[in-house]
Design a protein around this ligand. Structure first.
Ligand code: D41
Length: 761
């Protein structure tokens, strides 16, 4: 072909791409198309044609390439370069007042400027642009790692495939919320109904479900929307000074940014905005569940630092839970994973909080009595966010002449075992344990759950069939399933059987925290499982831990400790764990977190030796030769050296000669508990012995001054962030050190936080 013809074709392809991008933007982002659909279709077909005839002209950011590629078998896990933090919630005005006060105090400001926006009820995602091109789209996941859903996100017309600025920044992560507009949700459900397919509960679930399709061609048929609300990890870009300016920058790059955004001042500004959006809520084309307030000045944001995984500079002010009135048709009971029997009200269907509710929990027998809820009553039901709807109260004026009271059954409706409610406890339980199919099913569902072993495709229907047909009794049996054992189940094609077997296989590689959580130990949720993994570092150590040792773990009290010990003492549980391990379930040894530093006196106090109060503990900590000698001391020596009473001395000797107690101490020493003999050394300053890393510009202190202050209090300042870092002090324009610290979960302080720690506030 003639060279001029070729350049003409390339030029035409470029023109078409730009025109289509612009029309996409006008249609999907501005909602203001300037050409008729037929004209748009003509342009699109011309581009498709050109690309089909000249594949060498195809570029990944071409609007004709939004849908492409074969279905995936699974989503790849990706680590966010900058973690996706969560937002703290406020429900009451007072909490907003307190938020504003904390900020004013930390910043030393009389009135603070805030950027405010609606809180979309969607799915948070991160879009990565490199050299101006969209290279990755990922779900939030747990904030640190999410799933690579690039192919699906590319099908969303409102998401730019390339940035407008020239030259483009080297790198940029745009964060925002995927959602489905109310009208598109209605339309989707109408289509699903016509096709005889499952309906979505609400727009959020529809958006999430569409995003998690392995076949991008399905996602492409769903009308998904997107709003950008943050920008992170920019390289090669001069960041503006405020959040609102940052959003304006995103507008210039053709991102959809919510038009309801505003800049307000002071707490009154926040509350006024909350009420004005609240009034508009129903008329907005999408669901929101509150509003978000952010300190507008980005330097000041950085100065505020973080608590846990949420920034201190922002808060989500949530709308109250929705309530509705309906009738109780029946009260049944449900059997939970640990056998807990929960009374559930079967309701006349009622629309509340965006979904139709037909069941609501009554929590337990005492609650039913306390609220005096009877079958036949008219009741108020409440649904907040994604939580299970609950019955709030009965409307007594509407109580019919004849109602029936709820009676707790004597036997489990599923397995017939006795229902037992130990005296003093609120919860009645089925005593069938894993003999009870309801408990087995729940245990398996929990094990396979997203936050546990994450076996995709193992849902309720499948768990029911697997248990009812005796194919699976315990989670360990899942790893023996093959395609023939699955293919004859209802609604199970060969393809999905294959996918499930693969998902089960993939789940074998996991983390210790997930594994512990997946076991379903009563009272051990995700956060506790993470703490346990961090504290013990290995399953064997955890399984050997005594009740007392367990209580040394932050936030674990006697009840949780007892549950853990009981769980691992159970033969059946040991067997299941053994089988899971021999089936090849494995994880890397967890990096152990460092233990809370304590003084010896604090530690002795914690041991709770009978007859030894805080002041005796102080004295014991002074025993010559240290703790090891103290453990071996006889009563006489104690009395002589420490002037203890005869009773206290005997009690101490008894305590240390008890093998159980020695075991606790040994376990803790083995885990690296250390303390100093001298109470003053550890207590004097929380800075002593700690390693700090400074990054970015602090508002008042120079780096040198900050370093001096830290060192004066016995701390160290290091140049780079590692696992050994105790604190990162971050100021404006903090860079990769901050990101590393966030990744490692190292506490991050602003200038104020540092001063607080130094005791200089
Ligand atoms: O509309 C939202 N759901 C929303 C979520 C929002 N408007 N702003 C947000 N800002 C943040 C920070 C301040 C951490 C960048 C967020 C979220 N985060 C968020 N969404 C899900 C987890 C966190």
């Amino acid at each position: 072909m003639d060279r001029t013809v070729r350049t003409d074709i390339a030029k035409r392809a470029r023109e078409l791409r730009e025109a289509i991008e612009l029309h996409n933007y006008r249609y999907y982002v501005l909602d203001a198309p300037t050409i008729p659909d037929a004209e748009y279709d003509r342009l699109f077909r011309e581009l498709q044609d050109l690309e089909a005839r000249h594949p060498e002209l195809i570029v990944p950011e071409s609007p004709a390439q939004r849908v492409g590629g074969a279905p995936l078998s699974e989503f790849r896990q990706v680590t966010h370069r900058t973690p996706m933090l969560s937002l703290n919630n406020a429900f009451e005005d007072e909490e907003v007042v307190a938020f504003d006060r904390r900020i004013r105090e930390a910043l030393g400001a009389r009135e603070v400027e805030y950027a405010v926006e609606p809180k979309f009820d969607g799915v948070a995602i991160s879009l990565t642009y490199q050299n101006g091109l969209l290279v990755q789209g990922a779900t939030r996941g747990d904030g640190y790692t999410g799933e690579d859903v690039t192919a699906n996100l590319k099908t969303v017309r409102a998401i730019p495939l390339r940035l407008q600025s020239d030259p483009p920044p080297a790198r940029l992560d745009v964060r925002g919320e995927m959602l489905m507009f109310k009208r598109d949700f209605e339309r989707l459900n109408a289509e699903q109904a016509l096709k005889g397919e499952k309906l979505f509960v609400n727009p959020r679930n529809a958006a999430a479900g569409s995003l998690r399709q392995l076949d991008p061609r399905i996602t492409a048929t769903r009308r998904l929307a997107f709003f950008a609300y943050a920008l992170e990890g920019a390289e090669g870009l001069n960041l503006p000074k405020t959040h609102s300016a940052l959003l304006e920058y995103l507008v210039t790059q053709r991102f959809p940014v919510c038009v309801e955004r505003k800049v307000v001042r002071g707490v009154q500004g926040l509350l006024d905005y909350y009420h004005s959006i609240g009034e508009k809520r129903e008329t907005l084309p999408y669901h929101i569940d509150g509003v978000v307030y952010k300190v507008n000045d980005l330097r000041r944001q950085a100065q505020m630092g973080f608590v846990a995984r949420a920034p201190r500079f922002a808060v989500a002010h949530k709308f109250p839970a929705e309530e509705a009135m309906t009738e109780v048709l029946e009260i049944d009971v449900q059997v939970g994973r640990t056998g807990a029997i929960t009374p559930v009200a079967r309701l006349k269907p009622v629309f509340v909080g965006g979904v139709t509710v037909t069941n609501a929990t009554l929590h337990n027998e005492d609650e039913v009595r306390r609220k005096d809820i009877r079958i036949g009553d008219t009741v108020i039901v409440r649904r907040a966010g994604d939580v299970i709807p609950e019955v709030v109260s009965a409307v007594l004026d509407r109580r019919p002449a004849r109602t029936r009271e709820f009676i707790m059954p004597k036997t489990c409706p599923v397995c017939g075992s006795k229902i037992i409610r130990p005296p003093g406890e609120a919860v009645a339980r089925c005593s069938g344990g894993l003999y009870c199919p309801a408990q087995r099913k729940q245990a398996i569902l929990h094990f396979a759950g997203r936050r546990a072993m994450d076996i995709e495709g193992l849902g309720e229907k499948l768990a029911d069939q697997l248990v009812d047909r005796g194919r699976v009794e315990t989670p360990a049996d899942l790893y023996r399933l093959d395609i023939p054992a699955l293919a004859d189940l209802e609604r199970m094609a060969d393809l999905s059987a294959g996918n499930l077997v693969r998902a089960i296989e993939n789940s074998k590689k996991t983390t210790l925290a997930r594994f512990i959580y997946s076991l379903g130990i009563p009272n051990v949720g995700e956060a506790t499982a993470k703490e346990l993994a961090r504290f013990f570092g290995s399953l064997d150590r955890l399984m050997r831990a005594s009740e007392k040792t367990l209580q040394y773990v932050p936030d674990i009290g006697s009840e949780v400790a007892r549950s853990i010990v009981q769980f691992f003492a159970e033969r059946h549980n040991q067997e299941v764990i053994g089988k899971l391990r021999s089936a090849g379930v494995r994880w890397e040894e967890e990096k152990r977190g460092r233990l809370k530093p304590t003084t010896l006196a604090q530690f002795i106090g914690w041991l709770d030796i009978p007859g030894v109060g805080p002041s005796a503990a102080e004295r014991l900590a002074e025993y010559p030769g240290g703790f090891k000698r103290l453990m071996q001391a006889d009563a006489q020596a104690l009395r002589r050296e420490l002037d203890l009473s005869a009773n206290a001395a005997r009690s101490v000797v008894d305590y240390f000669s008890n093998p159980e107690n020695r075991n606790v101490i040994e376990q803790l020493m083995d885990l690296g508990v250390t303390f100093t003999k001298d109470a003053a050394e550890g207590e004097g300053s929380p800075v002593r012995g700690k390693t700090f890393v400074l990054t970015g510009t602090l508002p008042n202190l120079t780096r040198e001054a900050a370093k001096e202050k830290i060192e004066a209090m016995g701390g160290k300042v290091a140049g780079s962030v590692s696992k050994k870092t105790d604190y990162v002090v971050a100021g404006a324009e903090a860079g990769s050190k901050l990101a590393t610290a966030q990744k490692l979960g190292i506490p991050i302080l602003g200038e104020e936080g540092l001063k607080e720690l130094l005791g200089q506030l």
